[in-house]
Unconditional design. Sequence first.
Length: 216
Amino acid sequence: MAGRRKVSNLLGLAVLATVIERPMHPYEMARLIRDRGKDRDMSVKWGSFYTVVRNLEKHGFIAVEGIAREGAHPERTIYRITDAGRAELAGWVRDLVATPEREQSGFQAGLSVSGVLPPEELAGLLLRRLALLEEDIAAQREMLDVSCREGVPRLFLIEAEYELAVREAEASWVRAFAEELTTGSFPGLPMWRAWHESGQMPPEVAELAERGLTTD
């Protein structure tokens, strides 16, 4: 849905969600986006920041409010959000929240070809990943606890709650998969081991690869 928008770069979403508060210049927008960690919540390519701002203005989502100059700083253009920008921001959020998208990850890519490693090695790597995930989960829980104690409204923590839930789900899956490999309960382990011991792909696996078996 978002890909068909006039400005589809998620940095545009961050800009609109920031400038909706009050008119501001691009430098202040960027500072607030960083300070609030929005560049961790979405893919942000800072090199395109000013291009995104110009595109938002080009399509009428923000407009020049005025020019400001502070001390020795050069003149800065102040932008405000327009009615069209408010509507775009709300519609964009609706699409992102309501419409599931398949988001591929490096971990998923690695799993898709993990058969090239012996099962014992893969199990060790998974346990290493699990340890790092558990450290991350503990840190995220602590961050949320501290934020709640400091009175940060939950509305401003829901993306962190979601990230924590995703991490916990991943850790649960990794833990279960690693256990299957280490206990020998994973189906097809003898064939997998034979592949690496002999250096020859088993006929059953080769046939599936030849047919291009896919889950799509």
